[in-house]
Ligand binder design. Structure first.
Ligand code: NAI
Length: 780
């Protein structure tokens, strides 16, 4: 082509980045790799190939880890952890800054290696992935430096097992490794089998900067190795990948006392209102769904566009699709690179070919003749229930539907089992900030998409998983309160055969939807005092009662929209009303427990109500300092409807300690009273009834914790389950929670001092909230 012709067509010539340095690094390492364990590479074992998906060429041979390899890595991490922790935050920060600097120095090598191994355009690995990796290490070096002051009441968790996917290989490593080691943990990480090279290069960098042996260990292999890491003697598991594997991991770790964070799939809504800047919204969409060939967990893969502009918007979008440049990922002009592996192309093809609804449009741009590619695709005219509107395609395929009213947009956006991210496009800030909080998503971008930063938390709700990565909010998963855990001891109910304490038959009812209700099964059981007298009868709740209570709690969701000030007033009022009956409650506690500390327990319960009344309007979010012109607002939202098994040992204080933080943060709850001393909870119903608590905001059941735990954990409409029961039901609850991947907070055979400091505070507030990051870029 002559220069004149180039000027006329303005077409791009090829501008390939050189692969020489990355290929030389592979050759220097013999193009075959062992694992990185205890600061050194192991011998190469049984191997599998890793290929360049753009060309099909074999890049290197990787070792499939054995159980012995994983055990050796975990042993190395375990041995290194106390010394790493003892270095102190500032000591660890030195190493982390060194890592960050080395990652900068080797930025080009890493970007090319990533593109060779994964197929993503060099423009993305060079300008997005690797800079974010560096930023993550710098940011968390800072958290390490500050930890001794900012997190003085927290300690490292120990050894972390981490399993990551192939879509952002080094970035996912950074998201996992940086916060973990900053907080004094050591790690065993397994990269995805398609894309392990940058993880191994990172291991090489750890070696070069002299990171103490055993702090970072990397084992390679397939899903079976992932399973080994999850099941190994680790204290915490962090996983990013598919929802189906996330479920398996939830089940595999149930009852093991391991911390768990899951960052899973998504089907993120991309909502375009008619007053949006349409060209920007089209450009945003290119980044939302064609960034990394759509292999992005938070890809804006569901376009929801207002009806009046839909035709215009689709036309502009199609014109833009035709101009996307698809091809050699190493070419700096390329927009859309290769799909990670032929298996993934097959999955995408199957899903798209299986669809018979709507209208399909493919980009008219030239496609490479060979290699692992899939054309940018748009399917319009789908209805919300169509498979492609619901299933994660994980490829460059956008599906589209329309809406008329903002409320309808929210409804369609939330009509999914996922809840990772969403984008809202409108020039009306009122509308954007009205819609964003209503979206079931962990991250919302206003007039933007796929914005990430180390200072802002990322993570989902619903079946997109739980836990946050990045920012202050990401640190809690890698730390634990630094108090001594106490062993859980079952608190048995009192036995007796004496006479009733008074002649009137008293069968305490359940409290559902603001009314006292008889149990569905009609059964009750006696409750004995410490002196053997019959204190009364208590209802035995069944599955049906749980279902009714959950329904009532859903009906009261307006509680979440009340102001913190109003919730504070109601909590104060509860405290006042309990105080008016303090003597009566104290006597009842003494009679039931025989301990004689009823007065102190009631006093503590009143104080706890006042404490959470105080917190109700003070547990603020943050505005994160992200490097864009704009803000990322981390908002504390209620978790939703929470089921909780209350502690046995403190019949009144235990109930109040669980109920009050949930109420304060705007949750509605289904509380199962102390199994041993349920009558304090049923007495408390009268306090609730006289304190302006809206019907359904708090529901109280009595019955056997063991019988009710599983029903609660399986319930599709409960957003979280807590257990402080003195029966250790952790395993059952965690295993059963996989139905909707609800959050669980269980005691894992450990208990706390309810009368003391650990009976209230930050841990409870954090568990009663989830953080939504709303990004609002601004300016003209
Ligand atoms: P995957 O979830 O199977 O793999 C992710 C990681 O988990 C890999 O390192 C894999 O080796 C490991 N793994 C697999 N089975 C495991 C097990 N039982 N226990 C522990 N670790 C295990 O994802 P895959 O097969 O690579 O992709 C399948 C689909 O998953 C994609 O089509 C896409 O829909 C989704 N996906 C979602 C991602 C996200 O970020 N949300 C990332 C990758 C895939």
């Amino acid at each position: 082509m002559s220069v004149k012709e180039i000027f006329e067509t303005m077409s791009y010539g090829p501008a390939p980045e050189s692969a020489a340095e990355a290929l030389a690094w592979l050759v220097d390492n013999g193009s075959s790799f062992g694992h990185f364990i205890n600061g050194a590479f192991t011998e190469v074992g049984e191997t599998f190939e890793t290929r360049n998906p753009a060309t099909g060429e074999v890049l290197a041979e990787l070792t499939q880890a054995t159980q012995a390899d994983v055990d050796a890595a975990v042993d190395a991490a375990r041995a290194a952890q106390p010394k790493w922790e003892a270095l102190g935050g500032a000591g660890r920060a030195r190493y982390m800054y060194a890592l960050a600097r080395a990652l900068q120095k080797h930025g080009r090598l890493l970007a090319v290696l990533e593109t060779l191994d994964n197929g993503k355009p060099i423009r993305e690995s060079r300008d997005i992935d690797i800079p974010l990796v560096q930023r993550h290490f710098y940011h968390h070096a800072g958290h390490a430096q500050l930890m001794d002051k900012t997190m003085a009441d927290r300690a490292p968790v120990g050894v972390c097992g981490q399993v990551i996917p192939w879509n952002f290989p080094l970035l996912m490593l950074a998201w996992k490794v940086a916060p973990a080691i900053a907080m004094g943990n050591t790690v065993v990480l397994k990269p995805a089998e398609y894309t392990s090279l940058t993880a191994l290069c990172f291991a090489d960098i750890c070696r070069q900067i002299g990171l103490p042996a055993g702090v970072v260990n990397i084992v390679t292999g397939d899903g079976a190795v992932g399973e080994m890491v999850v099941n190994a003697d680790v204290d915490k598991v962090a996983f990013t990948g598919s929802t189906s594997v996330g479920r398996k991991i939830r089940e595999a770790t149930a009852g093991a006392g391991k911390g768990l964070t899951l960052e899973l799939g998504g089907k993120s809504a991309y909502i375009v209102f008619e007053d949006a800047d349409l060209d920007s919204a089209v450009e945003g969409l290119v980044d939302a769904i064609w960034f990394n060939q759509g292999q992005v967990c938070c890809a804006g893969s569901r376009l929801i566009v207002q009806e009046g502009i839909a035709d215009d918007f689709h036309a502009r979008l199609k014109a833009r699709m035709d101009r996307l440049r698809i091809g050699n990922p190493l070419d700096k002009c390329i927009d859309v690179g290769a799909i990670v592996d032929p298996v993934q192309v097959e999955t995408i093809t199957k899903l798209v070919d299986g669809n018979t609804s709507g209208e399909l449009y493919r980009s008219a741009a030239d496609m490479p003749a060979e290699g692992c590619y899939y054309p940018p695709t748009l399917i319009t005219g789908l209805s919300p229930a169509d498979t492609l509107m619901q299933e994660e395609i994980f490829g460059p395929v956008l599906v589209s539907t329309t809406f008329r009213l903002p409320s309808e947009a929210v409804q369609i956006a939330n009509n999914t089992r996922y809840g990772l991210a969403a984008s809202v496009w409108t020039e009306n800030i009122n509308r954007a900030l009205d819609v964003a909080p209503q979206l079931a998503a962990g991250v919302v971008w206003v007039n933007g998409t796929n914005l990430f930063d180390a200072a802002a938390g990322f993570g989902g709700v619903r079946e997109s998983g739980f836990g946050r990565e990045g920012g202050w909010e990401g640190l809690s998963a890698y730390t634990r309160p630094n108090r001594e855990p106490r062993e859980l001891a079952k608190v048995e109910p009192k036995e007796g055969d004496g006479l009733p304490v008074d002649a009137i038959d008293r069968t305490a009812k359940l409290y559902i939807g603001g009314k006292q209700a008889r149990p569905d099964g009609g059964y009750s059981q006696p409750v004995w005092q410490a002196d053997g007298a019959l204190a009364g009868q208590v209802s035995i709740a069944s599955r049906k009662d749980i279902r009714n209570a959950v329904e009532a709690a859903h009906g009261a969701k307006g509680w979440a929209k009340t102001t913190g000030h109003l919730r504070a007033q109601i909590l104060f009022y509860l405290g006042e009303n309990l105080s008016a009956r303090a003597y009566e409650f104290a006597e009842r506690i003494d009679a039931l427990t025989g301990r004689g500390d009823g007065t102190a327990e009631v006093k503590a319960a009143i104080n706890r109500l006042f404490t959470y009344a105080a917190w109700a309007d003070k547990y603020d979010g943050r505005v994160h300092g992200v490097p864009i012109k704009g803000v990322a607002m981390a908002m504390n939202e209620p978790v939703g409807v929470v089921g909780a098994l209350c502690p046995d040992e403190r019949p009144l204080l235990g109930l109040v300690s669980v109920m009050a933080p949930l109420m304060a943060m705007g949750n509605t709850s289904v509380l199962v009273a102390s199994e041993s001393y349920p009558l304090l909870a049923t007495d408390f119903i009268q306090v609730l009834e006289t304190s302006d608590v809206p019907a359904g905001a708090v529901n109280i059941l009595t019955g056997c914790h063991g019988d009710l735990a599983k029903t609660m954990a399986q319930h599709m409409d409960l957003d979280a389950v807590w257990s402080f029961s003195s029966t250790d039901l952790s395993g059952q609850i965690e295993a059963a929670s996989t139905t909707n991947l609800k959050r669980t907070w269980v005691n894992n055979a450990l208990t706390r001092d309810w009368m003391g400091e650990d009976g209230e505070g930050a841990e409870f507030l954090e568990a009663a909230t989830r953080i939504k990051n709303i990004w609002v870029p601004y300016g003209e």
